[in-house]
Write a protein that binds this ligand. Sequence first.
Ligand SMILES: [Zn+2]
Length: 345
Amino acid sequence: MRDSVRNRVNRGVIAAGKEWSRGISEEENGEGKRKMEAYGEKIRELALGQQDYAVRMRREFHRYPEVSGEEWKTRGRLIAEIEKMGLPYEKVPGTGLIAVIQGKKPGKSRVLRADMDGLPLKEERENLVREKVCVSQTDGVCHACGHDAHMAVLLGTMKVLCQMQEELSGTVYCCFEEGEETNCGVDAMLKALEKYPVDECFALHVYNALDAGRINVVPGPRMAGTVGIGITVKGRSGHGSRPDQAVSPIIPAAHIITQLNSAFMNQLNVEETVTLGIGMVKAGEATNIIPDTAYVGGTARFFNREEGEKALAVINRVAENTAACHGCTVAFEGRHNISPYPGGQ
Ligand SMILES: [Zn+2]
């Protein structure tokens, strides 16, 4: 059966709800259980103590967004907070950052990961109801994906963990990863983490389809992997009155977009979710000039790496052959690739 994103959400919310009601109601009331509940209550209280801090930090990050790979001021602000906590940290090449919280008890090494980048998008001053409490101060850039919240949540979590350092088992590596939107930071972060013995890795993403106060956890992949699409179709420019003397890259670019939809429909496994989103088409500057190049950019998202790899192969095949049909060639940009994604379930 096709496991749609909606199904995943519904299943995950129900599972989380069951776990919670089991946790507070049932007969499983042995010593270990009571201890866990007391521990959970303590964490809850400490977390609530950081709520104002997290809200304040979220709004600050929201006011000053930076696009992928340019999060220099954002990192500076994070470092200021991490230094106030007295934690050691290392800068990852680019704008990423890893702070280390060493527990006083032996235990596993865990990664907590947050993204940092905003999107090249103008923010409206009002939401659906009223004027927003805080709005981006940078024209044309905003935290539309919620990565401001991710940083604030991780900073709040770090403060709680610092307060629990005496009883904390193992080491926590708090990773702020640059450029999630373009995948420009993931390789540097993975490389920087190679020297640490990482046992487990946790991350979250805000999701506006979920009621406030609820979380969603499912077994297996939860967040989709990404295939970046960045295709430049190369032709030869000429005057619009003599298309026969030029090689238009616009015609094959248009065909590539429609061919991709048909090829995905017919060639990818119908039982796996693979989306296709074309977000950029750029070509030409004048109505009567055929340009040299046309650009098609987007992403495909998947939950099964094998299917993601297949999607990338389909995209490449369609792009190269469609361009060739019209006497053009293609060049793929750096982000035209599949992002690292765990295999299996
Ligand atoms: Zn995001």
